[in-house]
Write a protein that binds this ligand. Structure first.
Ligand code: GTP
Ligand code: MG
Length: 215
């Protein structure tokens, strides 16, 4: 997490947030929905990693640059995740409610995450579980809030949300929750000379630049 110096307009933060989970669970779709307000039925697997940036006017004096790292599902079998996870301050772990196997893989992603990145105080980075494609039938899982609450508690997720990139359900809410949690870790400071501009980001649409956070 980088805290930029106070400017005349207030404080600016740069937060690196990871989006991880099995192939085809909807990570890219969630990011596209959130940043560009778009959804497509076409599936094109992400190769390696992709990036998107969303600028949030959090409140009158706080600007947040949210750098979303869209990590390909197939990367769980590669050895690059350690590099991709570096300096992240929050994560979404996504599964597809209509494919039970993707829920079974959640803990593999969570332990990969916890083994490879930590907050400066040594604690795990906050992770939110996203039960995506909630516009479809749950497969082999009882859609029980009590069960999911217990699962999150047992496995150190700070929260879970049912989401749909297709129907635009709960994506803003989940992100707001995670950002709030990241902001509360205000003891975190990265080295001052960290060159965040070295990271190439996809172009930010006008709409995303101008829009204040709203949900
Ligand atoms: P990888 O890049 O391979 O890791 O996959 P991904 O997790 O990025 O999945 P992606 O966003 O490409 O979505 C995979 C497929 O699921 C696409 O055909 C999407 O249109 C579809 N999809 C994504 N989100 C939803 C959703 O909320 N509901 C429904 N019905 N389909 C969705
Ligand atoms: Mg993808």
């Amino acid at each position: 997490m980088a805290e930029c110096p106070e400017s005349s307009t207030g404080t600016e933060h740069l937060f690196k947030v990871l989006v991880i989970g099995e192939l085809g669970v909807g990570k890219t779709s969630i990011i596209k929905r959130y940043v560009h307000r778009l959804f497509s039925q076409n599936y094109r697997a992400t190769i390696g990693v992709d990036f998107a940036l969303k600028v949030l006017s959090w409140d009158a004096s706080t600007l947040i640059r949210l750098q979303l790292w869209d990590i390909a599902g197939q990367e769980r079998f590669g050895n690059m995740t350690r590099v991709y996870y570096k300096e992240a301050v929050g994560a979404f772990v996504v599964f597809d409610v209509s494919r039970h196997s993707t829920f079974e893989a959640v803990l593999k992603w969570k332990s990969d995450l916890d083994n490879k990145v930590k907050l400066p105080n040594g604690k795990p980075i906050p992770a939110v579980l996203l039960a995506n494609k909630c516009d479809q039938q749950w497969d082999g899982l009882e859609n029980s809030p009590a069960m999911m609450d217990r699962y999150c508690k047992d496995n150190a997720f700070i929260a879970w949300f049912e989401t749909s990139a297709k129907e635009n359900i709960n994506i803003d809410e989940a992100t707001r929750f995670l950002v709030k949690n990241i902001l509360s870790n205000d003891f975190i400071h990265l080295p001052e000379n960290r060159d965040v501009d070295n990271v190439k980001l996809t172009e930010e649409p006008e709409e995303a630049k101008d829009k204040a956070w709203c949900c």
